[in-house]
Design a protein around this ligand. Structure first.
Ligand code: NAD
Ligand code: FES
Length: 272
């Protein structure tokens, strides 16, 4: 059993847990994730390790309430327990000093981006961060990102914070202004697809982090299958980060929507 030492609501549907998992905290590297279960009967949920506290032996995860499992997870409070956590899983981010890097995060994808920003900043890169969300309150972790970045640009769909517009518009401004050595874009699949097309236009190499549905997290079930460079890959063991130009985006976007009907049914059964 894994103790939730601290729970915090970040936005209307976004929550942060600090969970006691000392062995995972010790080994975790930027870009890696865990798969957790609320209880024996619960669905497995893959979540990025956003931060670690080695002294307390805890890891931080952030999730958005999107369906039955995350509704139930959000009901947990300080002092409650999770039945299982497996990790760290996935390949770590390739952290090195690339020069000037552009880090683009959309919505709850900002949580996945934060440890990568931290790693790249500590490695001596000049870090320009672009955060985008629907409204002001959904631009999560902005103080943490600002502290680690040389420049922070905020975009909101409704203009309630920073500039009104999409993250891809800020990317164009930066690419027009200066040479970027490497770029990361993490967020909804459509955002990552269009961020890839934008970076491609300016010939800036880019990584994305993919979050397909996962079950075992060990490359055995085939659930997280994606096509990268015309080859079948599994996001849980070959990723979650991939060269953005190699991802078959149309397939990824289509597969990420394939369980919509089952998800709606499951919510109806929960009576919410
Ligand atoms: P959202 O839909 O509010 O989008 C966030 C921002 O992304 C927008 O404000 C906009 O700036 C940008 N964006 C969205 N669509 C775009 C497009 N077509 N072109 C250019 N920019 C675009 O974000 P949300 O509601 O927080 O996101 C939820 C989604 O994020 C879910 O689908 C979830 O699966 C995904 N997600 C991805 C990861 C990951 O690791 N890639 C992690 C967590 C969640
Ligand atoms: Fe089963 Fe990746 S989650 S193969």
């Amino acid at each position: 059993m894994f103790l939730i030492s601290r729970q915090k609501q970040l936005a209307e549907n976004e929550f942060e847990f600090w969970v006691e998992a000392p062995r995972i905290a010790e080994k975790a590297q930027p870009g890696q994730f865990v798969i957790l279960k609320k209880d024996e009967e619960a669905e497995r949920i893959p979540l990025t390790i956003v931060d670690t506290d080695l002294e307390a032996g805890t890891i931080k995860v952030i999730f958005q309430v999107v369906g039955r499992s995350t509704i139930l997870l959000a009901e947990l409070r300080d002092g409650d327990y999770l039945s299982d956590i497996v990790g760290p899983l996935g390949k770590p981010t390739e952290i090195e000093n690339y020069g000037t890097v552009l880090l683009v995060g959309g919505g709850v994808g900002i949580a996945v981006l934060l440890p990568i920003i931290k790693g790249l900043s500590l490695a001596g890169n000049r870090v320009i961060s672009v955060l985008g969300a629907k409204t002001d309150e959904l631009v999560i972790l902005r103080d943490e990102v600002e502290e680690l970045s040389d420049e922070l640009i905020i975009m909101t769909d409704d203009g309630s914070l920073g500039r009104k517009g999409l993250v891809t518009e800020a990317m164009v401004d930066v690419f027009e202004r200066e040479k970027i050595d490497y770029c990361w874009a993490i967020g909804p699949s459509m955002m990552m697809k269009f961020a890839t097309l934008t970076a491609q236009k300016y010939e800036v190499p880019m990584f994305v982090s993919l979050n397909p549905i996962m079950i075992d997290g060990t490359g055995m079930c085939g659930c997280c299958r994606i096509t990268v460079n015309n080859e079948i890959k599994f996001a849980c063991v070959d990723g979650p980060e991939f060269n953005a130009y190699d991802v078959d985006w149309d397939e990824f976007v289509q597969r990420s929507r394939q369980y919509r009907e089952e998800e709606t049914l499951s919510l109806e059964q929960l009576g919410r």
